[in-house]
Design a protein around this ligand. Structure first.
Ligand code: MG
Length: 357
């Protein structure tokens, strides 16, 4: 293929205020503070990538991402996107701690490559599925808000509601009861974001059982490096346990498999990058560990890339790709078409299919 060398690289910040602050067990976000990287090939085709850093998760923020992306510009210029795996490997060897910045570069390269091939990204990845149904997350909010949000979500067609737990046992249970009252038929997913110790997590699940609440999945009950604690939880419940913050790399996935501490691995492109996510998915599949896909605070660009990834590979049992921005706030259009709660990828647009507004 000719003309697939990178001619220019543009880096820009993406700042969008959130309608509602987003609170998890380890902090609150008021704005999306991401970055876009656009690469232009010799053939005139452009590819766009997004970095969505979240300090407590991956140790990066917008300032470090912009600095990393800018310091990669000279290296990237002249590289051929056909060799995106080699470029990715090289960048990992240098910027091993800047995974969201590397993810943005991989996204832009793979977008430009598949646009040059003229095929949608999910087809390039295998085209296993053309649609995905996502859950929606209710944040750590008072029970009345949780109940009314649950009713709204149920009426929009959501069948799975996720909520964050791990800050306060009584408040967590009150919120879950309110969600169930608002949407009694919806399945529940819980995410403790490392908030408990092993015994606390088991106590929490026992208290839920007393209230007849059985989640479909319980994500990251304990600290990310406490795989023994995670195994303790798994051994004391029949609720499936998902490793999220515990798995950033394929080596992490191997450790989770060896430890036998999780039933699912939550893959997020912003934790591993795209190329490494292929390996994590393969490891999970080989070990009979279920697949989940999640996201950070991302625009439609990175979300669409995750939809292509999960639909292309197929077999993702849990999809947690709920958008945080309304369409008018989005800096891009196109990509995966979204109508609550479904993503559709059959428009046939090449690459990720996203264009700047
Ligand atoms: Mg999580």
């Amino acid at each position: 293929m000719k003309g697939t060398r990178i001619k220019s690289v543009t880096v820009e910040p993406v700042n969008i205020p959130l309608h509602e602050p987003f609170t998890i067990a380890i902090g609150t976000k008021y704005n999306i503070e991401n970055a876009f990287v656009t690469i232009r090939l010799e053939n005139g085709i452009e590819g766009i990538g997004e970095a969505a850093p979240l300090e407590p998760i991956n140790g990066e923020n917008q300032a470090t991402v912009l600095a990393t992306l800018n310091s990669c510009r000279e290296f990237l210029t002249g590289q051929d996107v056909v060799h995106y795996r080699q470029v990715s490997k090289h960048l990992k060897s240098v910027f091993w701690a800047q995974v969201t910045a590397r993810c943005a570069i991989e996204m832009a390269m793979i977008d430009a490559f598949t646009r040059s091939l003229g095929i949608p990204l999910y087809r390039f990845l295998g085209g296993a599925e053309e649609s995905l149904e996502t859950d929606y997350t209710i944040d750590i909010v008072p029970p009345d808000t949780a109940r009314s949000n649950a009713i709204k979500l149920k009426n929009k067609g959501y069948r799975t509601i996720k909520t964050k737990v791990g800050k306060n046992l009584v408040n967590d249970i009150d919120r879950l009861l309110a969600i169930r009252e608002g949407a009694p038929d919806c399945m529940l997913m819980l995410d403790a974001n490392q908030g408990y110790t092993g015994p606390q997590a088991v106590h929490f699940l026992n208290e839920l059982e007393k209230n007849n609440i059985r989640p479909e999945i319980f994500e990251q009950p304990v600290a990310k490096h406490d795989l023994a604690g995670m195994r303790f939880v798994k051994e004391h419940t029949s609720v499936p346990i998902a490793a999220d913050e515990s798995v950033f790399t394929s080596a992490d996935a191997i450790r989770v498999v060896r430890e036998g501490c999780a039933d699912f691995i939550n893959i997020k492109l912003m934790k591993s990058g795209i190329v490494e996510a292929f390996d994590i998915a393969a490891i999970a599949r080989s070990a009979n560990i279920g697949l989940m896909i999640g996201c950070m605070l991302e625009t439609k660009l990175a979300l669409s890339c995750s939809v292509h990834f999960a639909a292309g590979l197929g077999g993702f049992r849990f999809v947690d790709l709920d958008p945080h921005l309304s369409p008018d706030q989005e800096p891009v259009t196109g990509g995966a078409a979204f109508t609550d709660p479904m993503y559709q990828l059959n428009a046939g647009l090449p690459g990720i299919g996203v264009v700047r507004k």
